[in-house]
Each structure stands twice: as structure tokens, then as C-alpha cells.
Write a protein that binds this ligand. Structure first.
Ligand SMILES: [Zn+2]
Length: 435
């Protein structure tokens, strides 16, 4: 069966999370892996919450390589779609359906690589593990986090490859393939303003919790937090400087970076650079008051804080404090139970070089650059295993395919020609990392 047929079949299995029902996809994959001679195990973390794991055996002289993916997809508004979101139909040269880009395409590629390994039987130093996981789109608790906690020996690996990288970005005549080597961490904060309560008919605005919170938020959001360059972003900017026609020393100067940023071409690149060169603390939830005629004594804002690799919660708190000043009765509270640390794998050395060389062998124009993700993927759950994780899910499409709005959006689809090139690249990358 070819890759496109597998992708169509996987899209037709509705694994919308919630509730998930990933068992449909886990069973499908297990059947095809077993038919190729593997001994896959399907592990349910809850009713219908299927995960599937199997491995190709190397000689064991190096720790395994993990190909991991998620089987769940985000919900759809079917009436907004041109073609049925769980139809897997082919129109206009694309396979249409939820998961076509995030990430049943990558599930398919990783499956095809496992099937090709079973067919060609290469001698490898490491085992190659395939893990199809539930629940990435909600929390990963029923998926990769469950596997790490309960079945660690099945997925313990030195290197992990998954989504978010090795797809082309076109900048004029240049083709850039970013490989994700890290992501920002999570750090939830609360700003709490306190003042005297009172009657809504006779307010004392000089000492008023809502006003203090409003001033603090205005100061916090007046400008982005300070610029910092992590090793990944330094490597990325050094690669970009000649393409942008900007001297590397100017681009790598944190004092002037924010002034240069608006001149960098491409909205995607600009946004990515804005968010991966600083910590952030976005006020997302506001809470104050219970009754219209009562002046509340407490007003709170939850801050969705994200920290760069190399930074801690204390660093973010210090930056937020510097932005809001210390002349207001506003405390900064930290909710550490929701934290997870940032990740950053090296964008130099043998693993990086093997991935970059493989991409360049398949596309001689490729400029391979490391990338940090402002958001988060399942990679964070692999921290306890000390797995170096890379977003490496190679696809090929032309500059006309505008895919960014399609991920989690309406009319998600992928060109039928995108997958096969990437399967060859991924297979060669597995060999390069494992021989
Ligand atoms: Zn995804």
C-alpha cells in the first residue's frame, strides 16, 4: 500500500481530541506493522486512548532512535470545509482532511520508514523505535507522558525525531529548511493587585485594585520583554544574515535587534524571530469583582509566561517586575505546578550534521537552519529520558502552497507529491544516524 493510501485511511479514522479515540489509529498501525514482521504493542492509557509502540532491532551498541508522532487531531467545524474533514478525498492535487498536516502526514511517513526498514533489513547500531501517541493536542498525559511514566523501557532513546521541522520556507531564490531543536518552557504567573474594598457608589480611585492592575498591564504590554539570543537563534541569525543582506554583527546585536526586526522580510520569519528572542508573559485571563456595586479589593491577571532555553522562572519574574515597576501594590505569584522547562538540543555536532547533510543531499539548494518553537510539542515529555529531540518531518512543496493557516484551520490538506520525497529523506536520516 502506498503512503497516500495510508494517509487517506488514517484521516478517515476520526481521532478528534477530545475525546481522542486514538485506539482506531493505533490498531490500524499495529496491523500494518505486524504484517511487516514487527511485534507492536498497543497500550491504552484510558478507554479508547490508544498508543502503539514497536521497534526495529539494531545491534544495541548505541542507544535507540525514537520516531514519535501523535495520532489525535484537533476538532473541526465541518460546515466550514470545502471537502469532508474526515473524507481523505483527493482534489486539486491534495489529500484533504483533518490531520493532513498535523500530523497524520508524519505518522504515515514514520510508518513507511518502518516498513522500508523491515523490507531492506539494514544492519544498524541502534534500535529504531516507532511510537504513535495519543493526546498531544490536549496535554500528552494520556500519550507520550503516559508512555514515559509507565513504559519507559519501551521508548527510552538517545535521539527523538518528530513534527515541526524540515519543511521548506521560500525567501526569494533561497530555500530554507528549519529544523526544530528546541522549544520555550512554560511558566504561569499571576499579577495580583490589592487595595481597599468599598461601595461602588463612592469609589476611592486613589487606592483601587482594578486601577493598579490596569496600570501594571499597560506597562507590561507597552513593549516586548528584553532581547536575548540563545545558541540556536545565534546559529539561525548567522545563517540568515547573508540572505537578508544584513551584516551578522548588526543582526546579532541585542541592543539594535528590535529596530532591525520590522525590516526582516516574511511575516512568518519576523514573528518567529520576535518570539524566540525573548521571554514573554501574555495577560490572558482577568479576574476581579463579584457584584456591580462592590469595589473589589483584589484584581488578578493570569500571565501565560514562556521562557527561553537558559532562563528560569526567576528570570521571567525579574523581567516582569522591571516592566511594571515596584511603585504599585501588585504582587507577582508563580504557579510552579504547571511549569515545564525549555528545551534546546545542540545545533552542531554529529546528530545535527547528519540531519543537515541528509536534507542537502536531497535538495542541493537547501539552507538548513536551527529553529526554536515558541509553543510546545510532546518533546517536553521526553526530558526525563534525556532524549535529544528534533523537529524533523521532511516534506516538499512549492512556494505557492500556503500551509500555515491550514494547520488547526479549515480545509487542512497536503499536496499528494509532498510525502514521498520526505519519506526518502527520513529513511536516509535514520540510516545516517544509526549505521
Ligand atoms: Zn501536531
Amino acid at each position: 500500500m502506498n503512503a497516500i493510501t495510508h494517509l487517506q485511511n488514517l484521516i478517515r479514522l476520526d481521532t478528534t481530541n477530545p475525546p481522542g479515540n486514538e485506539i482506531l489509529a493505533a490498531t490500524y498501525l499495529a496491523e500494518h506493522l505486524a504484517a511487516a514482521g514487527y511485534e507492536p504493542v498497543v497500550l491504552e492509557s484510558g478507554p479508547g486512548r490508544g498508543n502503539v509502540v514497536t521497534r526495529y532491532r539494531g545491534d544495541g551498541s548505541a542507544r535507540p532512535l525514537l520516531l514519535y508522532n501523535h495520532l489525535d487531531v484537533v476538532p473541526v467545524e465541518p460546515e466550514q470545509w470545502t471537502h469532508p474533514p474526515f473524507g481523505g478525498e483527493i482534489h486539486d492535487g491534495c489529500v484533504w482532511g483533518r490531520g493532513a498536516l498535523d500530523m497524520k502526514n508524519v505518522v504515515t511517513q514514520q510508518l513507511m520508514v518502518m516498513l522500508r526498514l523491515a523490507e531492506h533489513r539494514p544492519a544498524l547500531r541502534r534500535d529504531v523505535i516507532f511510537a504513535g501517541c495519543a493526546d498531544e493536542e490536549v496535554s500528552g498525559k494520556m500519550g507520550l507522558q503516559f508512555l514515559v511514566r509507565e513504559h519507559r523501557q519501551l521508548i527510552d532513546a538517545e535521539i527523538g525525531l518528530s513534527e515541526s521541522g524540515a519543511t521548506p520556507i521560500y525567501a526569494g531564490e533561497h530555500v530554507i529548511y528549519p529544523i526544530q531543536v528546541g522549544e520555550k518552557g512554560n511558566c504561569r504567573l499571576v499579577l495580583r493587585a490589592q487595595a481597599a474594598p468599598g461601595h461602588g457608589a463612592s469609589p476611592d480611585y486613589t487606592h483601587f485594585a482594578n486601577r493598579y492592575l490596569a496600570i501594571a498591564l499597560e506597562r507590561l504590554t507597552r513593549q516586548p520583554l528584553p532581547t536575548h539570543f540563545t545558541p540556536t537563534v545565534c546559529n539561525l541569525l548567522r545563517q540568515l544574515a547573508p540572505l537578508l543582506g544584513i551584516a551578522a554583527e548588526r543582526l546579532l546585536d541585542p541592543v539594535h535587534f528590535d529596530a532591525i526586526l520590522p525590516a526582516i522580510p516574511g511575516e512568518f520569519l519576523r514573528q518567529a524571530l520576535l518570539h524566540t528572542t525573548r521571554n514573554s508573559a501574555a495577560p490572558t485571563l482577568l479576574r476581579a469583582g463579584a457584584k456591580i456595586n462592590v469595589v473589589p479589593s483584589v484584581a488578578e491577571a493570569s500571565l501565560d509566561g514562556r521562557i527561553l532555553p537558559g532562563f528560569t522562572a526567576a528570570d521571567l519574574i525579574a523581567e516582569v517586575r522591571a516592566a511594571i515597576g515596584d511603585d504599585l501594590p501588585v504582587e507577582i505569584l508563580h504557579l510552579p505546578e504547571h511549569d515545564y522547562p525549555p528545551l534546546e538540543a545542540p545545533s552542531s555536532g554529529p546528530v545535527w550534521e547528519a540531519l543537515a547533510r541528509t536534507l542537502q543531499a536531497h535538495d542541493p539548494r537547501a539552507i538548513v537552519a536551527p529553529n526554536l518553537l515558541a509553543g510546545a510539542t510532546d518533546a517536553k515529555h521526553l526530558l526525563p529520558l534525556h532524549t535529544q529531540t528534533f523537529g524533523f518531518s521532511p516534506m516538499h512543496w512549492g512556494p505557492d502552497f500556503q500551509w500555515r493557516g491550514l494547520v488547526h484551520g479549515h480545509d487542512e490538506r497536503i499536496p499528494v507529491t509532498a510525502l514521498d520525497w520526505g519519506i526518502d529523506v527520513l529513511y536516509d536520516a535514520v540510516l545516517a544516524l544509526s549505521r
